[in-house]
Design a protein around this ligand. Sequence first.
Ligand code: NAD
Ligand code: MG
Length: 391
Amino acid sequence: MKKDAESRKIAILGSTGSIGTQTVEIVRANPELQVVALAGGTRVEPIEAQIREFHPLIACMWTDEAAKELALRVKDLPVRVVSGMDGLLEIAAMPEVEVLVTAIVGMIGIRPTIAAIKAHKTIALANKETLVTAGHIIMPLAKECGVSILPVDSEHSAIFQSMQGQPRERVHKILLTASGGPFRGRTKEQLACVTVEDALKHPNWSMGKKITVDSATLVNKGLEVMEARWLFDVDIKQIEVLIHPQSILHSAVEYADGSIIGQMGLPDMKLPIQYALFYPDRKPMDGGRVDLCQISQLTFEKPDMETFAGLSMALAAAEAGGTMPTVYNAANERAVSLFLQKKIRFLQIYELIADCMSAHRIVNNPNVNEILEAEAETYDFIKQLTGDTQL
Ligand code: NAD
Ligand code: MG
C-alpha cells in the first residue's frame, strides 16, 4: 500500500468492470488515493494485475473457485483473499476503508452498501440497482448514520453538483438528461428488427453491455429517475426526462425563481467518479475539454415514452412502489441477458418486464429479504415464461 499524509483510502467493489477500471485510472493519476480493498466477479487475471499494481490488504472474488485460484497466484504477496457475500461484507466494514466505491452490477450491492453505511463509510455509489430497489432503506439509514452517499452516475453527479450551495427547499424540478441511445427517433415497427450489434452502438458513452442496452430501451433512464428520487428526496413528478442527443449537459436543476443550474462536460465517466472521490474538492483532470463553439448546438426534446416503454414502465413501477421497482429491475436484467444471447428480440424486453410487473403482488415497504425474494420470484417467473432453464 502506498503511504501519503493526505491519503484517502478506498475500496472498489466491481473493480474489473467499466466503472471499476475507470476508478482505477483515477487512482493511478492521483497518488493520494490508496486502494485498500478490491472485489471482482469471477475473472481472476484482471484482479491479479490490480493487486500487483495497488497492493491492497484484501481482495474478494465472487466464487470460492476463483478465490482459490487468485490466492494461489498472489501467494507471494501479503494480500488476503476472501470470497462471496461474506467477503464483500467484510470489505464494506473494514476499519481501513474510508470510501466504498460500489461499482458492482445488480442487487448484490444492497447488503455491502448497508454494511458500509453502518460502519460509517462514505459511499461513492455507481450501483444504481441498490437505490432503485432499496432506496427507502438506504437513504434513511445513511441519514441516521451521518453518512454521505455521493453519486457516481453522470446525471446524478450533475444534479448533485448543481445543488452545491443552493437551498434544497427551493428545488422546483430536476431536469434529467438522456442521449436517447442509438434508436432515438425510431418507430416501434423499426425497433422490431434491431439487432444486438445495433443496440450496442451507443452514440456517446462507452459503457458495459448491459447498461448500453438499457440506454437503447430507456430502461436506464427509468432506473435513473428512481435513483434520483431517493438521492435527492424529490417526488417522481418533480423529475423531467429530456432527450439531449449531444450528452453535454449531464443534467440540471430548476429552482423556484426559474433559474436552471446545470453541469456540462464531455461524456466521460471519469469526471463524476473523480468528483465523488474528492468531494467537496474539484481536482484538476487531464483530457479533453468541451468546445461549445465547435459543438455549436445543444438540443432538447421530449422522450417518446410510448415507443420506448422502458421509461413509462419505470414511472409506473416507481408510482406503485414497494417491491415493484425490484420486479422492474430484475425482469429487465434477465430480459437484457436473453436479448444479448439473441434468444429474444429487442421489443420482447418490454414485453417481459410488463408481464412480470402485471403478475406481481406488491409488498409494501419491503425489508432486504423481501426485496431479494421479489427478485428471485421474478427470475423464476421469467424462467417459466421463456422456458429457458439456463437463466
Ligand atoms: P460491468 O458489468 O462493466 O462491471 C461490473 C463489475 O462487477 C465487474 O467488475 C464484475 O466482475 C463485478 N461483479 C459482478 N458480479 C459480481 C459479484 N457477484 N461480486 C463481485 N463483483 C461482481 O458494469 P458497469 O457498467 O461498470 O456498471 C456497474 C454499476 O454502475 C451498475 O450498477 C451500472 O448501472 C452503474 N453505472 C455504470 C455506468 C457506466 O458508464 N458503465 C454509468 C453509470 C452507472
Ligand atoms: Mg447515467
